[in-house]
Design a protein around this ligand. Structure first.
Ligand code: PBG
Length: 323
């Protein structure tokens, strides 16, 4: 009569729970985002991103060393330049803020350095590329992303991460890297990047909010899941080495489906607004911040992510035995 299956047997003690655990979060899964702002002469806190400090060109290497000491294997770099223009040309300056940061971090640490390739921090209008009739013009923008990628590769980046959601960007960047002799530099493709409300705090840190309009003509509609699979398939065919889903928690269905369909490594970007929600609730005493953080990050891994880009990496690392 009574069920012979009693799942509680497998939960009876911490030791048994250890044995049956299916998913284990590790500090080695984390990528820590880092902002470097060339207009600063001392590091700056971001009000909407408690815990995030925007670095100066000289403090970036010290911050990287702290990240490495915690056992975190990689950083994702974003630059804020002094000079912005219509096309974002400072982004492919070999002496630019990201290029200098890459060199100093590679000199100081053994971290993998990944660079974001978007132009929104570099354009005077805050859009992700060059404009025509008020929207981002795809092909000329892709041509500029390719120049940025080659410049980052020359500086020593290990992986470049195109985040602009332009059609054909991965293929164009792959061809440009190869033509410049950088066959060994990989591409982490922001493949399924949604037009999300959760990027708000990031735009404060990176000074990259669009001056008018939004990003809905290139970032994905949150209503669409099959379309994300097409985006990922296209990026895989164009030569991506890692596929990404962004944001993470509201899109775990996309991540889980991608895990079933693709063999490539999968990254999930736990974005600024997801982090802000956790921090705000914890600060109010409404959530146990540490437990909620680990639960969220574990959920992202359980859904299928091999690696997690998160502003919480440095907070979570010591709780996972890092450092
Ligand atoms: C660049 C870019 C953005 C984020 C990462 N790369 C902002 C955007 O698309 O507006 C957001 C990351 C975050 O919110 O943590 N385009």
């Amino acid at each position: 009569m009574f069920p012979s299956e009693r799942p509680r047997r497998a939960r009876a003690s911490p030791a048994i729970r250890d044995l049956v655990r299916e998913t284990e979060l590790s500090v080695r899964d984390f990528i820590s985002p880092m902002f470097v702002d060339e207009t600063l002469d001392r590091p700056r806190r971001v009000a909407s991103m408690p815990g995030v400090v925007v670095q100066t060109p000289t403090s970036a290497a010290e911050e990287a060393a702290r990240i490495e000491a915690l056992g975190i294997p990689a950083v994702l770099l974003f630059g804020v330049p002094r000079r912005k223009d219509e096309e974002g040309s400072e982004a492919w300056n070999d002496g630019g803020v990201v290029q200098r940061a890459v060199r100093s971090i590679k000199d100081a640490t053994g971290l993998a350095v990944i660079t974001d390739l978007c132009l929104c921090e570099y354009t005077s209008h805050g859009h992700c590329g060059v404009l025509r009739d008020g929207t981002v013009d795809n092909d000329p923008t892709v041509e500029r992303y390719a120049r940025v990628a080659v410049s980052h590769a020359r500086a020593g980046a290990d992986l470049v991460a195109p985040s602009g959601m332009m059609d054909g960007q991965v293929g164009a960047i792959r061809r440009a890297l190869d033509a410049a002799g950088h066959q060994g530099i990989g591409i982490m493709a922001y493949s399924a990047k949604y037009a999300s409300a959760f990027y708000g705090p990031f735009r404060d840190a990176a000074a990259s909010a669009p001056a008018f309009g939004d990003r809905r003509t290139h970032q994905m509609d949150p209503c669409n899941a099959r379309e994300a699979m097409r985006e990922m398939r296209a990026d895989a065919e164009e030569g991506a080495d890692i596929l990404m889903v962004k944001p993470a928690l509201p899109y775990l269905d996309i991540l889980a489906e991608a895990r079933k369909r693709f063999d490539l490594p999968l990254a999930a970007y736990h974005v600024s607004g997801e982090c802000a929600m956790l921090r705000a609730a914890a600060a109010q005493g409404w959530l146990d911040g540490e437990r909620a953080m680990l639960e969220c990050l574990t959920a992202i891994k359980r859904a299928g992510a091999d690696m997690i880009i998160t502003y919480l990496a440095q907070d979570a690392a010591p709780l996972l035995g890092g450092g």
